[in-house]
Design a protein. Structure first.
Ligand code: AMP
Length: 971
């Protein structure tokens, strides 16, 4: 009967947070709980609403009084549980519905528990039980639809705990009610393991108190990591619910979240940081072929800078800067360029400059070192320009401008740069030395100083800078002086001043020399001081100064490399393995030679402006050459006249094949050739002042000796270069030297036989072939032995031409007479005002035995020394200290051996004027030595050549006398 009623009871839905310790309904077999007395609770099988068999316990002793029926469950092991839930489902009969039970019938029962660590015996001792509650029915019977009474299923829930033993028993005490226990369920609650925010939280038993929250730390799922300072936590409530999540895990780099897990990024994707949410596609120029990548690898030739985040595209070094142009101002070079066509995909392009000083071969370049200045800097240049200062004078430099970006240094590919090769000209003067106070007064100070050790040119002026030593804000005053002394006026009495001096040449100012502190004298008491503007009274001005100022631009001066200052005999750094000249005639195909050594220019780059001369093969024009990426430059253009023969064409281009092999500041530079168009052209750097002989004649007497020596030095340096290359010029003469606007002299006119053919000075000799006799060494005239030593002879003649401002060597003597005179030991005398040292050098060049002649290398060295010590270049009557070498005695008359004026005139082959001398009373050599050019002219000697020849010899005579007697001869 009861069972039937129990069937109707709805089974409690199993809560997923519950851990069941006992569920009577789930047990199919007998429960076999202990019932005491055995007449009390009775186990009865029934069916639930689903007709599933269930076990129930019933008791219904309502008629009898004093009922005490106990029912005890089996031992329940509690596990982790602290708080136990007991859910009872039962039916309870309403006593009113039972007739005749008044007084004995009850409507409640009691619930107890007993804690033990193990099962105990089957005896129930009441005293050992702890009462949980008295349970009453909420509902007992209800009226059915048809008026019948229906038993209602009660559900009661009680909670026990905290429990301390391993297990417990439950007990039900009936005191005379009619009960059917349909189900007894004992459980505790757990927060079941879950994954929240990519963290796994384990199964967690709820706390013992109703209000307690158990804090649980999460563990990140695989391939996830805790977010920084935000480790995952959750709280397990007493109800078995997870509450209050804190912190989280995030997928590691290379992984992204999919549901509650982290999955690797696919191929071609990456995730660089755990912070990123999604995997991203590889940026441009990068790839990966693995899953789970945190970054993509750059394609070949592409790079990522260390500071580049993985999300940016891979980049590459920029291409070379474009349109590199330069501007050279003596020893300062400025470079400008435009940005590279390809910045490599980056916007951090800067530029760096590589400076190398070169010999004549590309492999002879050495880094410039730390003495060179770069403005604003050598590297990290943001703007496309730089100024390079403090270069050595007359040196070859190669500058490479490299565009770099953040990945340039990672790249293993070849560096791309724009480069220019530049030859510097002149250096600024070095510091003045030995600044001393000559005279100190109340309001003026007289100073003097020494010329800089390396003037590197003609000093046209000195600048004196001074300031009051104790003045707070240093206000400088400057005054100028043309000599090595100056008086600075209008100073304050009893005041300390600081003076500094620097020299100025065409190359600019040198650096200031050491400071000199001078205190002006005290003013006699009673005199008031008056302030005036400082005025300079400049001491005697050098005579040459005025001329120099007209020619502010300067001749090529020696390069003063550090090795010189330390006493090395050779000022030009020479690199091993000098390039050798290749004779273009050795090429079977002359066109190949041209294209090997000369650049083919596009005729459209050349603009012809005017005709400036006539060459053997056609007109020589001036014009401009505009090469891509360079400033347009003035050029000379030699053209090949129309209707030329193949031989003429070959001979014409031969000059280019030769010139194209040379690269030196004192050798005319070939820009290129036009052979694939008409007219055929040779394009050469433009030399504004044309050929040297005509230029000197035009400016007769206008240069200082230093300027002339500077020119000679340039020519010698060019010749040294040519001879080092193994090239013999054969036609070195002032007419074949070109002069540019800076008075830099360059050797030109190259060719083979044709050079000589072309030369109007060349005449046929008995040995065959045309030879410019006056310039040619004896052995070359006699048996065509042309060598660098014969070029040295010619160089001696050029020296003579230069020092005599373009005089014709041997004046109007015939070629035959010249050959004869030379054979007899006659040599050209020193030109007017020529320092003896220079004439000596000429004589050395004209040594009969070519082995005795100096090498060009030595000539450059001697000239450099002279330029550095201008005192040695004083005119013959000056303070010449250099003894005249015995060489002179071999080739020029030694005046000491002449007994008479007649002897002397005979020796210089001017005996025809013997009578003119004696008639006017010049009977002694001493009186002759005092003659001026006017005196010579007044003798009735009208031929200019003879006047000069006689004057030159008189000058040499004076020099010798000075040397012999140590006394000057006043003119
Ligand atoms: P050439 O063919 O060397 O005999 O040249 C004939 C003339 O043209 C020379 O005497 C010079 O006056 C002039 N000339 C040749 N080359 C140049 C140049 N590079 N710059 C200026 N003038 C030149």
């Amino acid at each position: 009967m009861h069972g039937c009623c129990l069937l109707g009871a709805a089974a409690a839905a199993q809560n997923s947070r519950e851990v069941i310790l006992l569920d009577s309904k789930a047990q199919q077999t007998e429960l076999e709980w202990i019932s005491s007395p055995s007449t009390g609770w009775e186990e009865i099988s029934g069916l639930d609403e689903n007709y599933t068999p269930i076990r129930t316990y019933q008791v219904c002793q309502v008629m009898e009084s004093n009922q005490n029926n106990w029912l005890r469950t089996n031992w329940i092991e509690k596990g982790d549980a602290q708080r136990i839930f007991v859910e009872l489902k039962f039916t309870l009969r309403d006593c009113n519905s039972l007739p005749g039970v008044v007084g004995t019938c009850k409507e409640t029962f009691n619930l107890y528990y007993q804690e033990t660590d193990a099962e105990v015996g089957r005896n129930i001792r009441e005293s050992q039980y702890v009462k949980i509650d008295t349970i009453a029915a909420d509902e007992s019977f209800t009226q059915g639809d048809l008026g019948e009474r229906k038993m209602k299923l009660n559900t009661e829930l009680r909670i026990i705990g905290p429990l301390s033993r391993r297990g417990f028993y439950l007990a039900f005490q009936d005191v005379g009610a009619c009960i059917a226990l349909v189900s007894v369920k004992v459980y505790y609650k757990k927060c079941w393991s879950i994954i929240e925010n990519l963290a796994t939280f384990p199964d967690t038993v709820t706390g013992s108190e109703f209000s307690s929250l158990v804090e649980v730390e999460g563990t990140c799922v695989s391939d996830a990591e805790e977010e920084a300072d935000n480790s995952p936590k959750m709280h397990c409530s007493a109800e078995g619910e997870w509450l209050v999540p804190i912190g989280k895990c995030i997928c590691k780099a290379g992984f992204h979240q999919k549901g509650d897990a982290c999955e690797p990024c696919g191929r071609g994707f990456y995730k660089s940081s755990s912070q990123d949410l999604q995997c991203s596609r590889c940026p441009a120029h990068s790839y990966n072929d693995r899953e789970g990548s945190w970054r993509c690898d750059c394609e070949d030739g592409y790079y990522r800078a260390l500071s580049d985040p993985p999300a940016v595209t891979c980049t590459r070094p920029p291409s070379a800067p474009q349109n590199l142009v330069y501007n050279i101002n003596q020893t300062t070079v400025s470079l400008e360029w435009s940005s590279p066509a390809d910045n490599g995909g980056r916007n951090d392009v800067t530029y760096r400059i590589m400076c190398r000083r070169c010999g004549w071969e590309p492999e002879e370049c050495l880094p410039c070192g730390g003495n060179v200045g770069y403005l604003p800097a050598q590297s990290g240049l943001v703007d496309a320009y730089v100024t390079i200062t403090d270069l050595l004078a007359h040196a070859n430099y190669t500058f490479e401008v490299e565009a770099v970006n953040g990945v340039s240094d990672l790249s293993r590919t070849q560096r791309l740069f724009a480069s220019v090769s530049i030859a510097t000209s002149q250096a600024a003067p070095s510091q003045v030395s030995e600044l001393i106070k000559e005279k100190v007064q109340q309001r003026s100070v007289q100073l003097s100083w020494q010329e800089p050790e390396q003037p590197n040119g003609v000093i046209t002026e000195y600048e004196i800078k001074y300031y009051e030593k104790d003045q707070k804000d240093r206000i400088y005053s400057t005054v100028k002086s043309k000599s090595t002394s100056a008086t600075v006026n209008n100073l304050k009495p009893s005041t300390a001043y600081v003076f500094q001096i620097r020299a100025f040449t065409a190359a600019g100012y040198g650096t200031f020399g050491p400071r000199l502190e001078v205190t002006t004298k005290e003013e006699p008491s009673g005199t008031a001081s008056t302030e005036q503007n400082p005025v300079i009274i400049i001491a005697v001005v050098a005579v040459a100064g005025t001329i120099i100022l007209v020619f502010m631009v300067f001749v090529s001066a020696p390069s003063i490399s550090p090795s010189v200052t330390h006493g090395s005999p050779r000022p030009w750094i020479k690199f091993p393995g000098t390039k050798t000249y290749i004779d273009p005639e050795t090429y079977e195909d002359p066109n190949r030679a041209v294209h090997q050594f000369a650049k083919e220019l596009d005729a459209s780059c050349i603009k012809i402006e005017r005709v400036i001369g006539a060459g053997e093969f056609g007109e020589v024009c001036s014009g401009r050459l505009k090469l891509p990426g360079k400033r347009d430059v003035p050029v000379a253009i030699k053209t090949l006249k129309v209707g030329y023969t193949e031989k003429q064409r070959r001979d014409f281009l031969c000059e280019a094949s030769i010139m194209g092999q040379f690269d030196h500041p004192n050798v005319v530079h070939l820009e290129g050739v036009v052979t694939r168009g008409k007219p055929v052209m040779i394009v050469i750097e433009y030399m504004e002042n044309g050929s040297l002989d005509a230029f000197l004649r035009k400016h007769d007497g206008q240069f200082t000796v230093i300027q002339l020596v500077g020119m000679l030095r340039g020519i010698a340096a060019g010749m040294r270069y040519l001879s080092d290359m193994g090239y013999v010029h054969r036609d070195l003469a002032a007419r074949n030297i070109l002069v540019n606007s800076n008075l830099v002299c360059k050797v030109s006119d190259f060719g083979l036989s044709r050079v000589i053919d072309d030369d109007p000075e060349a005449v046929y000799t008995t040995t065959g072939g045309k030879i410019p006799v006056r310039w040619t060494a004896t052995e070359a005239i006699q048996y065509r032995k042309f060598t660098s030593s014969s070029d040295v002879w010619s160089y001696g003649i050029v020296m003579w031409e230069v020092m005599s401002y373009g005089e014709r060597p041997y004046w109007d003597m015939s070629n035959q007479d010249v050959i004869k005179a030379i054979e007899e030991g006659y040599r050209l005398p020193a030109p007017m005002d020529c320092p003896p040292g220079l004439h000596q050098l000429m004589l050395d060049c004209w040594q009969k035995d070519r082995a005795d002649r100096p090498k060009f290398d030595q000539i450059v060295g001697i000239l450099d020394k002279m330029i550095r010590n201008p005192n040695t270049l004083k005119t013959p009557l000056g303070t010449c200290t250099r003894p005249i070498s015995p060489l002179l005695d071999q080739n020029t008359p030694d005046f000491a051996t002449f007994r008479s004026v007649g002897d002397w005139l005979e020796a210089i082959k001017m005996e025809r004027y013997n009578d003119n001398f004696t008639a006017t009373g010049y009977s002694s050599l001493e009186s002759v030595a005092r003659m001026t050019i006017e005196d010579v002219m007044s003798l009735g000697i009208t031929l200019v050549g003879h006047q000069k020849k006689i004057m030159s010899s008189i000058q040499t005579m004076r020099a010798q006398m000075l040397h012999l007697h140590g006394t000057g001869v006043q003119v």
